[in-house]
Design a protein around this ligand. Structure first.
Ligand SMILES: *[C@@H]1O[C@H](CO)[C@@H](O)[C@H](O)[C@H]1NC(C)=O
Ligand SMILES: *[C@@H]1O[C@H](CO)[C@@H](O)[C@H](O)[C@H]1NC(C)=O
Length: 266
């Protein structure tokens, strides 16, 4: 039976709506805009899951605001996520590979988990690509997520993969199973921390320090998301300033709750 014109129009509308719902509609949003400064960058070689130690970062928090995880009444006592970063084997990395709109709605199902384990540890808004400003999450997915193809295809997948890796490879647990219990004021031999992670994880981590405390610990993954060595275990002079270099003995400090400060300054 032939469709009437009206029915046909309705059918076209339904097909269009389904296509949009399936994500076909967002394909154009992912394509570089005409005249954009983003240039094609070659495919990355491996991922670094960069974790931060709030005790080191929050110690220098001077003022508080709602988005800053350092300002919670309960101090953060676990590694939190900084980002999942695509890297090249030569020590460089791609960034800001495509223009995209950050869409908070797309990651609403993850919101509680993101707030808990992937908080910003600063009050200032983060730079996003192409001179924008936005949430810490927008910064991470726009700067790094857009360069994570073909492993990462979209915003939701970027956060899902990072969270999955974070839960699968629990650094606190790896350290404690190797006899390293995190405790304020304690010092650990850097080589013990590295060897313990290496043994439990199956690849050497990269560790960034600030004044002798661990600021970041990075776990590296190949493109099948299997553990691999990071390029260096502790940053040397090469690509990063020696300020971030770790001494032979390092600490994982805790910090005083900033709750009172938060109330005063919000
Ligand atoms: C990691 O393991 C520790 C110790 O078992 C646990 O307290 C913590 O909740 C775990 N973190 C995550 C993100 O699963
Ligand atoms: C790092 O810098 C120090 C002092 O600037 C220098 O003596 C040392 O050789 C450098 N190490 C590497 C690996 O480049």
């Amino acid at each position: 039976m032939a469709m009437t014109a009206a029915r046909k129009a309705a059918w076209v509308l339904v097909v269009w709506a389904l296509a949009a719902a399936a994500g076909l509609g967002s394909a154009s949003a992912r394509a570089p805009l005409v005249g954009s400064s983003s240039k094609p960058q070659r495919e990355f070689d491996y991922f670094a899951l960069s974790l931060q130690w709030p005790g080191t970062i929050c110690a220098s928090t001077r003022h508080c605001c709602a988005i800053n995880g350092c300002c919670r009444s309960e101090p953060l006592q676990t590694f939190t996520i900084h980002g999942l970063w695509p890297d090249y084997d030569d020590g460089t990395w791609p960034s800001c590979c495509r223009r995209t709109q950050f869409d908070l709605d797309k990651i609403l199902p993850l919101m509680e988990t993101l707030q808990k384990y992937w908080p910003s540890l600063y009050c200032s808004s983060s730079s996003t690509c192409f001179s924008g400003k936005g949430l810490f999450w927008a910064h991470e997915v726009q700067k790094h997520g857009t360069c994570s193809a073909p492993v990462v295809q979209d915003e939701l997948q970027y956060f899902t993969i990072a969270l999955d890796l974070y839960f699968k490879y629990n650094v606190t647990e790896m350290l404690s199973s190797g006899g390293i219990q995190i405790s304020n004021g304690k010092e650990y031999a850097l080589s013990d921390v590295i060897d313990t992670i290496k043994h439990a994880f199956g690849g050497s981590p990269q560790i960034v320090c600030k004044k002798g405390s661990i600021q970041e610990l990075r776990l590296c993954f190949d493109k099948e998301l299997k553990p691999r060595d990071c390029l260096t275990t502790s940053l040397t002079n090469g690509s990063v300033s020696s300020k971030k270099h770790c001494p032979q003995y390092i600490s994982l400090p805790s910090y005083d709750p900033l709750g009172k400060l938060a109330n005063k300054n919000i």
